[in-house]
Design a protein around this ligand. Structure first.
Ligand SMILES: O=P(O)(O)OC[C@H]1O[C@H](OP(=O)(O)OP(=O)(O)O)[C@H](O)[C@@H]1O
Ligand SMILES: Nc1nc2[nH]cnc2c(=O)[nH]1
Ligand SMILES: [Mg+2]
Length: 160
């Protein structure tokens, strides 16, 4: 599927840190978690923040891909599975966002007993995630800080 988002939402490092710490706070008590599984690549930074806040030292990754920038491909492709043989029991699976839910549905089949959390959620996928911090409209494209850099913008005055 290829489409153009008609709204954009730019997330700063500070905002991502704040929202992910809120996600971590909701996963207390920390002792219930054996480990964290990051959905690479978008879940890597949130996973590092969750691991730090929850004092979890086992951090694994599952590497999948389903988008070429804003164009969604038909299938989710598994590039690397989790290292341990697990049904997900005691693991938190973390991603930056759930959009259509395709990635999450695919991973739930592999890790049926894990808890799935994301920082952001769009309506089509939000029922599929166990916890998220902020929701956005389906048409909004989220830009994460690792995909952006600061640049100059002209002042409003003079641009009319
Ligand atoms: O709910 P969905 O419609 O499946 O979309 C959400 C997924 O899409 C993005 O990953 P992407 O496949 O672009 O790879 P990346 O994490 O390496 O950027 C995002 O990080 C989620 O993993
Ligand atoms: N960066 C980014 N990746 C996505 N993958 C699916 N939806 C999105 C989105 O809104 N932003
Ligand atoms: Mg991803």
């Amino acid at each position: 599927m290829s489409w153009h988002a008609n709204r954009e939402f730019f997330v700063s490092w500070e905002e991502l840190h704040r929202a992910t710490k809120e996600l971590a706070r909701r996963q207390l008590p920390a002792e219930q978690w054996r480990g964290i599984i990051a959905v690479s690549r978008g879940g890597l930074v949130p996973a590092a923040i969750l691991a730090r806040e929850l004092n979890v030292r086992i951090v694994d990754s599952v590497c999948v891909s389903s988008y070429d920038h804003q164009a969604q491909r038909a299938d989710v492709s598994l590039i690397k599975d989790v290292s341990a043989t697990t049904d997900g029991e005691g693991f938190l699976v973390v991603d930056d966002l759930v959009d259509t839910g395709n990635t999450l549905k695919f991973l739930r089949q592999r890790l049926p007993r894990a808890k799935f959390v994301t920082v952001y959620a769009k309506p089509a996928g939000m029922e599929l995630v166990d916890d998220y911090v902020a929701d956005l409209e389906q048409e909004t494209w989220i830009h994460f800080p690792w995909d952006m850099h600061l640049h100059y913008v002209d002042p409003l005055a003079g641009a009319e």
